[in-house]
Write a protein that binds this ligand. Structure first.
Ligand code: SF4
Length: 314
């Protein structure tokens, strides 16, 4: 079966080997972040609907889990904002009823959590990983380009209310971009908001793949440590590189489609792809050369090295 809405499993920095589930097509989102790995938002919306049919996702998931090793996590994420799919609650219930041994994570920008229905629908996920990058609307606009109806106040209020009723793990991600949200004042304001939200952990992240704007650059490890020290009262983790792939191996016959579906979502270096596929560079290079020669993928240079993307996808 060809999986259109599942990807991976990929070694996630936070969730081990995680099978991703796309709930919206590329790229439906309430934000259009400058650091987005998926590319620019094409449908900028807060309107919820069944963007990808529940039945189709459930069918793929059943087939995958009946025929493959179980991943560490099923992660609702993908090519946009997953809570925009109005059947997310049904999907979580379906997983809990049929595959209760596999924990479910939701990676969300958190902007819809001010809606009580959204909060209720993701209440049974095991881990929710929302984001908060800005303490003021002006910075929110600069980093995240929210839909016009969204404000920082509502965003934080939604996160606080969700935390009050949610008993699973909440790991809040703060994406640090030098020049955007790393001033002492901004970090102090974010600290207050984080204290009000009270997540189980705060994860500081920074750029490691190309974003929408080419001259964005990552925060150094030293700067992230400084910021972590400033945010002392919380359980803080600085996101590091993904763990090495373990026990799940990808059949070489499926390799082309694994490479292409990964690159469709985000550009990768050869090193990223070796971690995702579990294959060594020599074997992988053979496939990459064929894809390059057939004009299916193209290389481009970024600070972190040579990246590959599907030709024609920016
Ligand atoms: S919220 Fe996520 S998917 Fe949406 S633009 Fe930001 S990084 Fe991309």
């Amino acid at each position: 079966m060809k999986y259109e809405h599942l990807f991976g499993p990929v070694p996630s920095r936070r969730l081990g080997m995680s099978l991703g589930i796309d709930l919206v097509p590329k790229k439906v989102c309430s934000l259009d972040c400058v650091y987005c790995e998926v590319g620019q938002t094409t449908l900028h919306t807060t309107i919820r609907k069944e963007y990808i049919l529940f039945d189709k996702i459930a069918e793929e998931l059943k087939h995958y889990l009946n025929n493959n090793a179980k991943p560490d996590f099923l992660t609702l994420t993908g090519s946009g904002e997953p809570t925009l799919n109005s059947r997310i609650g049904d999907l979580i219930s379906f997983i809990k009823q049929n595959y209760s041994e596999i924990p479910v994570a939701v990676i969300t920008n958190g902007t819809l959590l001010n809606n009580p229905k959204v909060r209720e629908e993701i209440l049974h996920a095991d881990v929710v990983l929302p984001s908060l990058d800005a303490s003021k609307d002006e910075i929110f606009k600069k980093i995240n380009s929210p839909c016009s109806s969204l404000t920082v106040k509502d965003h934080v209020e939604g996160l606080v209310k969700f935390r009050e009723s949610y008993t699973g793990k909440m790991w809040l991600e703060v994406f640090i971009l030098p020049g955007y949200n790393d001033s002492v004042e901004e970090i102090s304001r974010l600290k207050e908001m984080i204290e009000a939200i009270s997540p189980d952990a705060v994860q500081l992240n920074t750029l490691d793949r190309p974003g929408v704007i080419e001259d964005l650059y990552p925060a150094s490890h030293e700067e992230l440590i400084q910021i972590a020290t400033h945010l002392t009262s919380q359980n803080i983790e600085i996101i590091v590189n993904p763990p090495k792939k373990h026990n799940l191996t990808i059949d070489e016959r499926d390799l082309d489609s694994v490479i292409l579906s990964t690159l469709q979502r985000r550009p990768c270096t050869l090193d990223d792809l070796t971690k995702i596929t579990g294959l060594n560079e020599v074997v992988l290079s053979k496939y990459m050369v064929a894809l390059l020669e057939n004009d299916i993928i193209e290389p481009f240079q970024q600070k972190r090295g040579k990246f590959y993307r599907i030709k024609g996808i920016e």
